[in-house]
Design a protein around this ligand. Structure first.
Ligand code: OAD
Length: 241
């Protein structure tokens, strides 16, 4: 049996599939990943993007943070649509076979494809709030801002995304661990698995069917029952549902 047939069989016989993904899930929607060959981390900046996306940089260089965030994170996602990977995962949930999509992405494309139980480990660009009065704002407040987005109270509107040096949300962590722990099939795709604690949640998987679908090798390949080197949209697009 070849790898695609094995994946098909795994999906056919599973009832509690969990998908764990990252930026590579959205590259086929035209959004650059971070560490892939065309990723944001290979662009030349005054500061390294991991520095720019940190809490201390956000607080100390708020204008430069928003310049980068607006250009490289927000604007590229505004016209992006879900690809076949997002859509296949939404369909599997509709069929009652997939219990959760766990994502490190902040672009909201899984929900746009129709997925309902999406655990966003790193938050979402679609949720924003005033750091002064707490008022909530949609993405428009940030995408339409010229410079630092401001609340009517004068406070800075910040995205509800997890920056480096910031903790992940406890409720999201608990649900993530539960979902992975109860999964009969864990499909991991489009992630370098280099960012912690996110990648470490995979260790809560108890089953024997860990599948990794990625363009580059990852540190979990050796633990996987099946690894497929390819584009996640092309791979999931071949699954018969
Ligand atoms: P990375 O950019 O680190 O990894 C993306 C992975 O997806 C790479 O291994 C690519 O080879 C692979 N890839 C790209 N396109 C693909 C495709 N079409 N099909 C299959 N694989 C593909 O992205 P993440 O692992 O998501 O955090 O990065 C984790 C975190 O680092 C992000 O959430 C973000 C970033 O800094 C924060 O900003 C807090």
């Amino acid at each position: 049996m070849n790898a695609m047939q094995t994946l098909q069989q795994y999906i056919d016989e599973s009832k509690r599939i969990v998908f764990f993904g990252g930026a590579g899930v959205s590259t086929e929607s035209g959004i650059k990943d971070f560490r892939g060959v065309d990723g944001l981390y290979h662009l030349k900046y005054k500061y390294n993007p991991e520095t720019i996306l940190s809490r201390s940089f956000f607080l100390g260089h708020t204008d430069e943070f928003f310049e980068f965030y607006q250009d490289k994170i927000v604007q590229p996602t505004l016209n992006a649509a879900p690809n076949i990977a997002h859509k296949t995962l939404a369909k599997l949930e509709d069929m009652g076979k997939l219990t959760a999509v766990i994502t490190q992405n902040i672009d909201g494309l899984h929900q746009m494809a129709g997925s309902r139980n999406v655990l966003e480990l790193h938050g979402s660009i679609h949720r924003n709030y005033c750091m002064n009065c707490g008022e909530k704002y949609s993405l428009d407040a940030v995408s339409n801002a010229d410079g630092i987005p401001r609340c009517h109270c004068g406070g800075i509107i910040r995205p509800d995304v997890v920056l480096y040096e910031e903790p992940l949300d406890d409720v999201v962590i608990t649900k993530t661990v539960q979902a992975i722990n109860n999964a009969d099939l864990l499909i991991v795709g489009g992630t370098s698995l280099t960012v912690y604690p996110a990648a470490g949640f995979l260790d809560f998987y108890n089953g024997s069917k860990l599948v990794v679908i990625n363009l580059d090798n990852t540190s979990y390949d050796s633990k996987a029952a099946l690894t497929i080197s390819g584009k996640i949209g092309e791979v999931l697009g071949h699954i018969q549902l």
